[in-house]
Design a protein around this ligand. Structure first.
Ligand code: DP6
Length: 349
């Protein structure tokens, strides 16, 4: 027999960024962060996990290519999930698995991203969240999503936030063992459904400095990061929670843009400096800033992760269609570009 579970998990985009760890193995951050989870149709990972007594070893395929599971991030997630497994009985298939059997049974995992891996579009976030969620279902793990988020966190920090829809906060926690460093949902996907997220894929090339090594270098060398984590982010988290609760787009946009810019300033303050944005990214920022300043209140927020692609959040559908017109006018896609790759997100959740 073979038992299988398939899950689909969207990625999330941080509006108050996570950058810097206080524990590299457990993946514990130096500040809280807040993100919005995208609509599951776009930018998601689909993962199928299977178990069978005939499988000889744990194996995984990512986008059709076998990858190694020996890395500590995968091993930590697999170990944590296995230790919480329960009995599973499937009469139809004649499968009777007891709790203790899960230690010996081997798994096959196949995962697909519908967007460029490692292009700064947070693929590891959707990937580890989906893996942990699918395994938890397969192994009948009874823990709630908050607890599962502490396991996904050990795969990739930002993954813990993809266990929930809507706006999500990753609480940094205080415990040394990481038990209180988990994700909580601030509001669900229906709370602020006017927002429209547009992702402008500036480049789908693999980024040069991974988030993991980039943030390690920032922790080691950037004084600005220390100041940010201690003095700036705590205040911004409170203000952002308030803006989200009140659907206050003006504050939301100001905070989102400021936090993205500060994150990239930290990258520049790192030695040697890290450049994630390129010339096109800078032009997109100028374009949005000019537009926002020509109106009474901001119309669009921008945010950039560890890559040059722009995540643009429009206050409503009308603004989003104006934004698209502007983007296509100022940044006409190359003739061979598939527009579906240019415009990925529809509404926010
Ligand atoms: C810029 O979660 O990819 O996207 O924990 O080392 O796997 P690791 O890093 P990762 O970092 C994401 C950084 C970011 C900001 C964010 O998503 O909050």
């Amino acid at each position: 027999w073979v038992l299988m579970v398939t899950a689909q998990t969207p990625t999330n985009i941080a509006v108050i960024k996570y950058w810097g760890k206080r524990d590299e193995t457990l993946i514990l951050p130096i500040n809280d962060s807040i993100s919005v989870t995208l609509d599951p149709e776009h930018l998601c990972t689909t993962t199928t996990v299977a178990v069978s007594p005939s499988f000889e070893s744990d194996r995984m395929w990512l986008n059709g290519k076998e990858i190694s599971l020996t890395g500590s991030r995968y091993q930590n997630c697999l170990r944590e999930i296995r230790s919480r497994a329960s009995d599973v009985h499937d009469e139809g298939k004649g499968a009777h698995i007891e709790k203790k059997d899960w230690e010996k049974l081997q798994l096959h995992i196949a995962s697909y991203n519908n967007f460029p891996t490692a292009a700064g579009l947070a693929s590891s976030a959707a990937g580890f969240a989906c893996l942990v969620f699918a395994l938890a279902k397969l192994m009948n793990v009874k823990e709630d999503r908050g607890k599962l988020s502490t396991i996904a966190r050990q795969g990739s920090g930002s993954a813990c936030r993809s266990l929930f829809g809507g706006f999500v906060k990753w609480i940094m926690g205080k415990d040394e063992n990481g038990s209180d460093s988990l994700a909580v949902q601030l509001v669900d996907e229906k709370h602020w459904d006017e927002l429209v997220i547009i992702i402008a894929v500036v480049s789908s090339r693999q980024k040069e400095t991974s988030s993991t090594s980039g943030m390690r270098e920032s922790v080691e060398t950037s004084l600005l990061l220390k100041h940010r984590a201690k003095e700036i982010v705590p205040r911004r988290i409170t203000q952002m929670e308030e803006a989200i609760k009140n659907c206050d787009f003006s504050s939301f946009a100001n905070l989102t843009c400021a936090d993205s810019n500060q994150f990239h300033a930290v990258c520049l303050d790192t030695s040697p400096p890290i450049f994630y944005m390129n010339n096109t990214s800078h032009r997109i920022i100028s374009c949005v800033e000019k537009w926002n300043h020509s109106e009474e209140t901001p119309q669009v927020a921008y945010t950039f992760d560890a890559g040059p692609n722009a995540v643009l959040i429009a206050r409503n559908r009308k603004t989003a269609s104006l934004l698209l017109q502007r983007m296509l006018f100022y940044f006409p896609p190359a003739p061979e570009t598939d527009l579906n790759n240019f415009i990925l997100g529809d509404n926010s959740i």
